[in-house]
Design a protein. Sequence first.
Length: 472
Amino acid sequence: MNSRTETIGPGLALGLLGLALGLAATPCAVRADPQAGSEAPPASQPPEQADQSTDNGKSDRWWAIQLQGTDVFQYKPSMRSPYEGPNSLPGAVERANTLDASLIVGLRPWKGAQFWFDEDMNQGFAPGNTLGVAGFVNGEGAKVGHASPYYRLQRYLYRQTIELGGGDADVDRDMMEFGGKTTRNRIVVTVGKFSLTDVMDDNAYAHDPKNDVLNWALIDTGSWDYAADAWGFSEGGVIEWYEGDWTLRGGVMKMSTIPNSGELSPHFGEFQWDGEVELRQKWLGREGKIKLLGFVSRAEMGRYDDALALAAATGELPDTGRVRHFRSRPGITLNVEQPVSDDAGLFLRAGWSNGDYESYEYTDIDRTVAAGASISGARWGRKDDTLAIAVAVNGISKIHEAFLNAGGLGILVGDGKLPHPGPESILEAYYSLGVFKGVHLTLDSQTVVNPAYNRDRGPAEVIGLRIHGQYQ
């Protein structure tokens, strides 16, 4: 156990938010554009109906150059840690910093067509080098950390919209989206290299670690083990069919060659099917969304019971890498977003995936429930600010617990043993302050109870400061 312990009480989130609100009371000389500082729409506006008044004619261009930069500093005080394993969050004090920047170029050569190229720079390490918590605390922290900057072409994609009538509709100009007029009914085809989260499991209040929550179990459904390399991107295609109040999405994407790898499987040898149905509905006169997503991963993956049986026979630690065969792993998620007033909205996510098989791409979560609320600063005279709070509760299967207790390692977790398993519970709160046009400063607080499902360790407190700027 650590000889020196620093503790921060569970009321830390409220204290930080009070401090941020005090800062927000000081007016800024320059006010931010309400659309430019956030990739999500205001609480009362669905994305396709948001005000286009800030477009400044850019939606008519055939080209676009966009920039973004995000710097996240996090501090984790020491925590209770009677033992540690290879994938543990360290018990000692940690200070971590991640930095990423993007140069994005878009072309629109003919009606309905968009080509996008995204060159990213990454540098730094997240707390624990992105290990030790299933609902990890930094959505900007890649699984591949480096002390010096490195560059990758993370996205190259072609998107084609085929209009089908049904009345006019507006699509907002956004990052990697020209926006403009289209029809309500349409088909959108996206092929190339991108992230499945660019197209599916979107939520206006919890999806973008550059602008809203940071925790992995909140930015996406934690149990959705979506196909991706170690940076969260893959190659493949997705088709979207918009018809009235409904949208159907379906796609196939490459899996990585082995779990948590930076290399994608060649020729779709290992792949994932994803399908999502979305209903846009009105509650109390405000349009919200309900989404149901299902996926099936087809890859060389191991079962936990097979790994435990082999370990018992050999006297070695269980390792799913030694019992992999070509198998299927299914899962399903629910995603709800609902404005409740002109400046406030709620979200809910829940998900399940088959916990008999090893987690492959995202993180070690077999089931999850998350919910939260977001309030626009317009309520207190700061329309570019956002105050939000969210919770997530993650769990794993009994055989998954037994695997970790026997010394097995997952994608992100593995304390060497797990004699007292429990649900991993997360509370996150943030205040995003609009500094000036396109730039936001965010104060973030997270509390993780039973990190990596271990009642013997934690709780872990993580304080974050994020600065994000973008030009589009």
